[in-house]
Ligand binder design. Structure first.
Ligand code: 5GP
Ligand code: ZN
Length: 110
């Protein structure tokens, strides 16, 4: 297996508090939550970052984006913010594409 921490979570090789999974993606609780509800949605496929995607990923990304509101609702996020950090300069620490879902209370302005 490669050295990617989110690939290891996808494979079940390291534990995470999973809240959702299907054929294309999984979602789990962020280990260092920055809001009362902080989830990470990740594709099962190792994709490093948003700007590396191409047309072949259209269905995957649409599926993930359309699944986010359901996850937010099921986890009690209420109104929520979603963030994708693209690259280290933007704060991406884990080089496996992920969508943050932040909610569960009033979020600071952005
Ligand atoms: P990034 O800064 O790359 O956009 O976000 C990475 C997120 O992954 C951070 O919010 C960090 O807390 C979370 N994270 C890093 N390692 C782990 C881990 O092993 N398990 C879980 N559940 N979250 C992690
Ligand atoms: Zn990975």
């Amino acid at each position: 297996m490669n050295d990617c921490i989110f690939c290891k979570i996808v494979a079940g090789a390291i534990p995470a508090q999973r809240v959702y999974e299907d054929d294309l993606m999984i979602a789990f609780k962020d280990i260092n939550p920055k809001a009362p509800v902080h989830l990470l949605a990740v594709p099962r496929l190792h994709l490093a970052r948003l700007d590396g995607l191409d047309d072949s990923h259209r269905e995957l990304i649409a599926h993930m984006m359309l699944t986010l509101p359901r996850l937010a609702r099921e986890q009690g996020a209420g109104d929520f913010r979603t963030i994708i950090n693209n690259g280290a300069g933007a704060g991406q620490e884990v080089p496996h594409l992920h969508m943050h879902i932040l909610g569960g209370g009033k979020l600071p302005g952005f």
